[in-house]
Design a protein around this ligand. Structure first.
Ligand SMILES: NC(=O)c1ccc[n+]([C@@H]2O[C@H](COP(=O)([O-])OP(=O)(O)OC[C@H]3O[C@@H](n4cnc5c(N)ncnc54)[C@H](OP(=O)(O)O)[C@@H]3O)[C@@H](O)[C@H]2O)c1
Length: 242
């Protein structure tokens, strides 16, 4: 086993995940760049390696149980444990919106990645996280998943009704609470991060925040000290309402 911390970030070949990888590795963590496409993962890892950072690509499609199990086996063989898991991989689906226009299949497809994928990855990685001195799990959620904000006509999300994506992030928030509850007697902390509306491929770069800004909250939650919170939903300014 190595002394440095080992992190896995799913969907880290681009966007916010790649920037979380950069910031965590700049802090001395060895980062596994999770990517469903091996070539894209290697390219992203090469970018960071060229900057002198310690990273490696790891193939993981969060919707493919064999791929997730294989990734856990690789980490076990090469590192023997996992200190940080960032469940970052996410998709929006068609972003069509109103519930009456959405089909169960569309909902299922988005949930496969944003919800069921998180359960699959987390459960495969938990034995490795339990071996770390201070395991940290960060779930990349969204303010759009906040029921408090989306049900408040006066909030910034009062007029949004992108039910597929929003309800998937609400479910992810519920998973965050449930895992934190199960793990509260352990050293593992589980929190959800809201990166804010960020310019990435996810929204055709319409977001007004940079990936550098978006990654900050995830990195903070991934590196919480022993006295840090668990079972919370946070953006860079602190608590976000559930
Ligand atoms: N951008 C925003 O404004 C915003 C706001 C709130 C929350 N978020 C959340 O932040 C996270 C990152 O989003 P982003 O904006 O950085 O999006 P992005 O640039 O589209 O990146 C998404 C990443 O997820 C990967 N991915 C998708 N499906 C996957 C699967 N089945 N297995 C493994 N990886 C998969 C993608 O891989 P490929 O390259 O192979 O497609 C890509 O690496 C998401 O969970 C998103 O919901 C984003």
């Amino acid at each position: 086993m190595t002394a440095e911390k080992i992190a896995l970030i799913t969907g880290a070949n681009k966007g916010i995940g790649l920037e979380i990888a950069r910031q965590l590795s700049q802090q001395g963590t060895f980062v596994l760049i999770g990517a469903r496409d091996a070539a894209r993962g290697k390219e992203a890892a090469a970018l960071l390696t060229a900057d002198g950072l310690a990273v490696a690509a790891l193939s993981i499609d969060v919707t493919d149980p064999a791929s997730v199990a294989g990734a856990a086996r690789d980490i076990e063989e090469q590192h023997g444990r996992l200190d940080i898991l960032v469940n970052n991989a996410g998709i929006t689906g068609s972003f069509r919106g109103e519930p009456s226009a959405v089909t169960p299949d569309e909902l299922r497809q988005v949930y496969d990645t944003n919800v069921f994928g998180v359960v699959a990855v987390t459960n495969q990685m938990l034995p490795l996280l339990r071996r770390a001195a201070a395991g940290r799990i960060v779930n990349m959620s969204s303010g759009l998943g906040s029921l408090t904000l989306s049900s408040d006509p006066g909030s910034q999300f009062g007029d949004y009704n992108l039910v597929t994506y929003q309800s998937s992030k609400t479910a992810l928030n519920a998973l965050t609470v449930a895992y934190a509850k199960e793990l509260r007697e352990t050293a593992i902390k589980v929190n959800a991060a809201d990166p804010g509306f960020t310019a990435t491929d996810l929204n055709n770069h319409r977001g007004y925040r940079t990936v550098e800004q978006a990654a900050v909250v995830a990195v903070r939650l991934a590196t919480l000290g022993a006295d840090g919170p668990t079972g919370t939903f946070q953006d860079e300014n602190g608590a976000v309402p559930w």
